[in-house]
Design a protein around this ligand. Structure first.
Ligand SMILES: Cc1cc2nc3c(=O)[nH]c(=O)nc-3n(C[C@H](O)[C@H](O)[C@H](O)COP(=O)(O)OP(=O)(O)OC[C@H]3O[C@@H](n4cnc5c(N)ncnc54)[C@H](O)[C@@H]3O)c2cc1C
Length: 286
């Protein structure tokens, strides 16, 4: 339980951190340390240098953009997110309390959760359903990408070694929207066996005009279930329509199996929780 030896630099600016990443292949960022430190203690990760970005004020806090969207700095903790305007998004109110425990939510950061890309991390499901954008910085500039497509495999993302996730952009709350997160958790860690986030936009006459469905815990990375969205849009969200859409949540993806749940059970739980999340989102939109 003792990490291998490593060098340590506390970055005093994003530029300094980016410079170290660009020049040192063995350098790794640390923010809240809630995922990286346990891995280092088990020697599953052995970075030669830790670059501590945990005290950079420019990566912290939630601010409103001119178009009403919210920019959530990567160092914002789960607890800070719950104390910000992001709580106007119901799916955020659902998902954050489902993550870990109070201690982890006080230290763990949004950027760390997204960059770490645990296949069963809760927050990515909500970000996928919300169609969130990720702001990524490197020494050569800043780029934005959609959350959809960013998660590529177990602990694998679209981030390059010399890049920092600077912020997550959340949509502005909308009057015609409803959202929710539903999951079944492992008792010990709280990680989901299957977790589904749903966002729906309901128009006049109760017609579903748009939807976002994010899924986690089910396969080797969190994903957006476009097939469920397509099946929901254009319906009035009847119980039959929701059940038919939810049934598509796994599709032909390879479902994970581990000591907590076999493939068949996990797939079944994904369908159940897709239905629950969609029903709750629809109820909130009406
Ligand atoms: C006991 C326990 C229970 C947990 N239960 C859950 C759970 O139920 N659900 C859940 O979703 N999660 C759970 N977690 C995981 C927790 O959500 C994450 O550990 C935490 O959010 C990661 O953020 P961090 O700031 O601590 O990241 P760190 O541990 O500091 O970093 C994690 C990784 O992200 C990289 N990184 C960090 N910040 C950035 C950045 N800005 N740009 C680029 N790369 C970056 C680091 O290099 C590292 O590879 C649990 C963790 C613990 C310890």
């Amino acid at each position: 339980m003792i990490p291998a030896a490593f060098d340590y630099t506390r970055a005093t600016s994003v530029e300094e951190a980016l410079g170290i990443l660009a020049s040192d292949e063995g350098a790794k960022l640390i923010a809240g340390g809630q995922s990286l430190l346990p891995l280092m203690k088990l020697r599953l990760a052995q970075p030669a240098r830790l670059v501590d970005i945990g005290r950079l004020p420019e990566l912290r806090g939630v601010s409103k953009l001119d178009d009403g969207r919210l920019s959530v700095g990567a160092l914002t903790t789960y607890a800070e997110l719950m104390d910000s305007p992001a709580v106007h998004l119901a799916v955020i109110r659902d998902v954050v309390p489902a993550i870990a425990d109070v201690q982890v939510r006080n230290r763990g950061t949004i950027g760390g959760a997204v960059a770490h890309a645990d296949p069963a991390a809760d927050l990515p499901a909500a970000l996928l359903a919300l169609d969130a954008e990720l702001v990524i910085q490197s020494s050569s500039g800043t780029r934005s990408v959609k959350a959809d497509g960013f998660f590529q495999g177990p602990f694998a993302t679209g981030l390059a070694h010399d890049e920092i996730l600077a912020a997550v952009i959340l949509p502005a709350p909308r009057g015609d929207a409803g959202s929710a997160y539903a999951s079944i958790q492992q008792r010990a860690s709280g990680y989901p066996i299957a977790g589904v986030a749903a966002v729906v936009f309901v128009g006049a006459g109760g017609l579903v005009e748009g939807a976002g469905i994010g899924v986690t815990g089910v396969s080797d990375h969190p994903y957006r279930a476009h097939e469920v969205e397509d099946a929901l849009v254009g319906t009035t969200g009847t119980a039959d329509a929701v059940a038919a859409a939810a049934a598509l949540v796994v599709g032909d993806r390879e479902v994970s199996a581990d000591i907590h749940a076999g493939r068949e059970y996990r797939a079944a739980m994904a369908v159940v929780h897709a239905r629950r999340a969609i029903e709750a989102a629809l109820a909130r939109a009406r």
